[in-house]
Design a protein around this ligand. Sequence first.
Ligand code: ADP
Length: 496
Amino acid sequence: MITPRILAIDQGTTSTRAVMFDESGKALATSQIPLRQIYPADGWVEHNAEDIWEATLSVCRAVIEQSGGIEGVAAIGITNQRETTVVWNRRTGRPVTNAIVWQDRRGAALCAALRDAGHEGAIQNKTGLLIDSYFSATKLQWVLDNVPDARAAAVKGELAFGTIDTFLLWRLTGGRVHATDATNAARTMLYDIHDGQWDDELLALFSIPKTVLPDVRDTAGDFGTSDPALFGRAIPITALVGDQHGALVGQACFTPGMIKSTYGTGCFVLVNTGAKALPSRNRLLTTIAYRLKGETTYALEGSIFNAGTVIQWLRDSAGMIANATESEKFAAGLDQTGGTGRVYFVPAFTGLGAPHWDPAARGAIMGLTRDSGIAHIVRAGLESVCYQTHDLLTALRQDGIAAPPALRVDGGMIANNWLLQFLADITGIPVERPIYAETTVLGAAFLAGLGRGLFSSLEEIKAAWRLDFRAEPKMPDAQRSALLDGWQDAVKRVMR
Ligand code: ADP
């Protein structure tokens, strides 16, 4: 008997990956292809959607082959970089221009004008988002206004818009299904997260004809089947989910109040808020965690711009460490009490985010004494990631989120045990690292399994989550508050 397997596609900003999982959530095969970044102008970032499609086919075929063939592949799930915008011709399937990536700032002036015109409150109320060019709305508007003939073709119903999940679904189904899921729709700035509809007023505000929009479905469910010509057999596609939301599921954060925190280049914190969409008074984002069987679960999201970038800076710009792993040795080698002086590193390379919100702030290293050395600066860099998490949790608390029983972490930085211990110490919350740290793609697989009926409920997914390492807070309160005071003082000094 062939046991069912689940093919999960993780289309990220810097690479396209596929992982084949068995029913228990064990990864059987992985394949990954880096993605070319295109920078046509200052602040512009694009991807070639055809590159993304070719890479997706290659990585899927590789893991199907490596894990024993197409027989037994029961479902496909897709998780993706969010907000990135593709517009294509419905007849030819060809994109009308490059995909505009979430980081792309070309919509910034348009967003500033909307803020000046006083639309922020209404947009936040409907979409849970703050007006920003990060989201899809101004990217889509830009394509319709700047690609020759695009708007006329869109009005005639000839063009389709989608985030990457939708584009891949279209291609996988041979152009038969034009759909997205609620988590991806929630990042477009065109979708009312409360009533679960594309919003007519927002569509008018951004001059988007309804004809281009995909159907919005549950996160796990029926998205059609793959074209049999692609992999030799038609496979049901049963989940689409934005990457951070995938990680929340992969971390089995299903109970209100549970938090996952992803430490990659930046850091993304999502807290499950259950059936309630909590508005933020601290400029955090209200979003959809997932929608299952028509029921929406919401989340609050906060991000830290600079997490892994601190390590990259220490390695590539300052030359203080040879590789990321070395940061742990430097930090662990120092006396934990910190002595009399303490070095602080405020990595405001691109300004400060929640809860300080100062785009003009720039980074600083402070508190140096004659005996400070590279180790102190490296340790301060790692610590900064933890202090920033503390600040974000404080903002969440002000929005009504109680301290969680544990912080479930993932992303490249969590290989660093010293970092996880300091994170537990400074937040006062136990930190948990799962055995399988690729929680985003695991979440997509779990959801696809749920959509295909391989799992009957989230409870089964919860049981499949396995702990690898748990750091308990150990630092005495007095030391913790002294360190936090020093950090707050350092942050004040870099604010403009
Ligand atoms: P992304 O998905 O954003 O590209 P990843 O989740 O792959 O990022 O994480 C990569 C980041 O993790 C890099 O910035 C890297 O410097 C950092 N990193 C990797 N290993 C360690 C380590 N042992 N200690 C601290 N940081 C690390």
